[in-house]
Write a protein that binds this ligand. Structure first.
Ligand SMILES: Nc1nc2c(ncn2[C@@H]2O[C@H](COP(=O)(O)OP(=O)(O)OP(=O)(O)O)[C@@H](O)[C@H]2O)c(=O)[nH]1
Ligand SMILES: [Mg+2]
Length: 619
């Protein structure tokens, strides 16, 4: 069948009678041969002339060169039972893996991705991956581990991995993706795009194409995305048992080949994207288990090659080409000064997909279609150029790579109801002088804001929480009950506070007086004068003033020398701030009638009447 489809002019004449034209009538052996014929080296030989052990002799398992690949692959995929490793819709919530290769399986919804995972692991339907007749069954990126635990070199088991990453239990992971196209969500496409561009462990992608339906527009979009991400790609035709006529399969394969060639033609020299020239044909969900296992072998070979587990059959000059480009973080991408152009045009109808993408530059980029936009999507950071210069081009998924189409910013119609889908990539063919249109800036800003709003890392959550807390109205400062009562007491009993200050002042005043009397006493002693009157004066002062009994301390008496100036003066006095010690020393005015007569006399003797009035009291 494949002979007919791939090289109709070759060999087919002699073999057509031996092959049934209906795949459903093919035996296991013939399916094996079909599988073998999907590898180019065998296309020139007669199918029945190839013994099974030679089927894959041109390739060998890296660690066991003597093991025939078919047998070795079966052991690799089935001996250690495959197991589920992680599954999440959100790219940022995927479990960390930086040491084991990851191969992702892409394809339209219902093309048979999950069935292929089960077939590769030799499991029944639904035993490992969930399969359904209706499209959109797989809703998250599910990784399944295959093969025995690897023996990692020391540098990959160091302390830097502890607590951050699980020790791998398998040789590689196969990631079953949600399908694009019918019943898919725009959100899935966003996360798959992030995965293809940012996941460091991803080594390659398997793109599944329905044998009967052939490649559709969304498949070209996906291919474009893979090309942008620079990810090595293998092509697997699925549901080969369902094709109605060999012509149909031939048509599918030819259209796929031509489409790939066109994309290859439009790629720039710097682009690191490449693909396996073999197109693998499978029937992983067929009813006949023999057919499933026979065709699963080729798919195993495709996966093992992508994971780097099988010797490479590519020409030597191609072997050193980098498969995955350096991933540029989105932050990095955004900080690059934009020198870009923007191209977009009307949406192409999905039904009009039987045409191969002969003129990719004229293919209309798709517009997001709400929730069913599939992979029509925004971000794709790609490799940096060796020169270090980066240009960003924003365009629809059908990325035009010709100069003429790149320099047509006017093609963008800002009035369009659906905003065109966007993706970013670096390219060397952009003209430096091309201006950055305002709408391009707006688009980037809008997308950036959108992405930021949907971020959900632990750091983002913490930041959001902090902002939320900060935005709340501040709580009143906490006051202890004691503080509160004291504050209330002050405001409720101001008179008591005033009295407290007055007593303090009087204490100071007395202390000053005592010192002065002592000095005077000393002076008189030296001069041989009598100083008995000073002792009696101090006694009077210590009792609380002349003619007073000391314990009387009510507020009515506060007008005397002990409690400060008369009530009329009190307010002004306290308004000045009686708490100050210096001011507290400013004592009752000498003109007060009630002033102690001894004090007055003493002052008169010491400083003279005039001074008393001019300078005011010194205590
Ligand atoms: N006859 C036949 N049927 C197949 C084959 N592969 C898958 N199917 C059927 O196709 C249907 C969809 O298969 P899935 O494996 O769930 O497809 P999927 O790509 O994972 O779909 P989503 O998860 O919705 O994206 C199921 O009913 C399978 O039995 C095949 O090779 N031959
Ligand atoms: Mg699925």
């Amino acid at each position: 069948l494949l002979l007919q489809s791939l090289s109709p002019a070759l060999l087919v004449q002699t073999q057509t009678r031996r092959f049934s034209t209906s795949p459903s009538q093919c035996t296991k052996f013939r399916y094996s041969n079909i599988a073998a014929y999907s590898i180019p080296e065998f296309r020139n030989a007669l199918p029945n002339a190839i013994p099974p052990e030679q089927l894959f002799e041109h390739a060998f398992l890296l660690n066991a060169p003597d093991t025939p690949v078919e047998e070795g692959l079966r052991t690799l995929f089935t001996k250690t039972p495959a197991s589920f490793y992680y599954g999440n819709q959100d790219f940022y919530h995927l479990r960390k893996n930086t040491r084991i290769p990851e191969i992702c399986i892409l394809g339209r919804s219902n093309v048979g991705k999950s069935s292929l995972v089960n077939a590769l692991a030799n499991r029944q339907t639904n035993e490992l991956a969930r399969v359904s007749k209706s499209a959109g069954k797989t809703r998250s990126m599910n990784a399944y581990g295959f093969g025995p635990p690897p023996q990692l070199p020391k540098e990959l088991t160091g302390a830097q991995y502890k607590g951050k990453e699980d020790l791998p239990k398998h040789t590689f992971y196969l990631v079953d993706m949600p399908g694009y196209g019918h019943a898919s969500l725009h959100e899935w496409g966003k996360n798959i795009t992030l995965y293809l561009n940012k996941r460091s462990a991803v080594r390659g992608a398997v793109l599944l194409i329905d044998a009967q339906a052939g490649p559709k527009r969304t498949d070209w979009d996906a291919l474009d995305l893979l090309g942008t991400a620079g990810l090595r790609t293998a092509f697997v035709i699925t549901k080969a048992d369902k094709v109605k006529t060999p012509d149909r399969l031939r048509d599918t394969i030819l259209r796929l080949r031509n489409g790939i060639r066109d994309i290859e033609h439009l790629l720039t020299a710097e682009n690191k994207w490449t693909w396996d020239t073999e197109i693998y044909v499978t029937a992983a969900g067929a009813r006949d288990p023999a057919v499933v296992s026979a065709t699963a072998t080729t798919a195993r070979l495709a996966v093992a090659k992508l994971a780097g587990l099988v010797g490479d059959t590519r020409p030597k000059e191609e072997r050193n080409r980098r498969w995955g480009g350096k991933v540029v973080s989105f932050e990095e991408l955004m900080s690059v000064p934009v020198k870009a152009t923007y191209t977009a045009s009307a949406q192409e109808d999905d039904t009009n997909t039987l045409d191969r993408p002969a003129n990719i530059s004229s293919r209309a980029p798709s517009l997001p279609r709400g929730d069913t936009g599939g992979l029509a999507l925004p971000v794709a950071a790609n490799t940096e150029h060796a020169s270090g210069q980066q240009n960003i081009s924003i365009h629809g998924p059908s990325r035009p790579r010709t100069d003429s189409s790149l320099n047509s910013p006017t093609a963008h119609n800002p009035t369009t109801t659906n905003p065109p889908s966007r993706s970013f990539h670096t390219t060397g063919i952009l003209d430096d002088s091309s201006p950055c249109p305002a709408e391009l800036r707006a688009l980037i800003d809008e997308f950036w804001a959108d992405l930021k709003a949907n971020e959900n890392t632990a750091r983002d959550r913490a930041r959001k929480r902090k902002l939320e807390l900060e935005s709340r109205s501040p709580r009143p400062p906490h006051k202890s009950r004691k503080q509160e009562l004291r504050y209330r007491g002050q405001s409720m009993f101001p008179e008591q506070t005033k009295r407290f200050h007055m007593i303090k002042e009087n204490r100071l005043r007395r202390e000053m007086m005592r010192l002065q009397i002592q000095e005077e006493k000393q002076r008189r002693k030296e001069m041989g004068l009598d100083y008995a009157d000073l002792d009696s004066a101090w006694d009077i002062e210590a009792r609380g003033g002349a003619g007073r009994r000391r314990p009387q301390r009510d507020m009515d008496d506060a007008t005397d020398d002990e409690f400060g100036p008369p009530a009329s003066e009190k307010s002004s006095r306290f308004a000045k701030g009686s708490g100050s010690k210096a001011k507290g020393v400013q004592k009752p005015k000498p003109e007060q009638e009630e002033q102690d007569p001894f004090e007055a006399e003493f002052l008169r003797k010491r400083v003279g009447d005039d001074d008393v009035h001019d300078q005011g009291p010194s205590f």
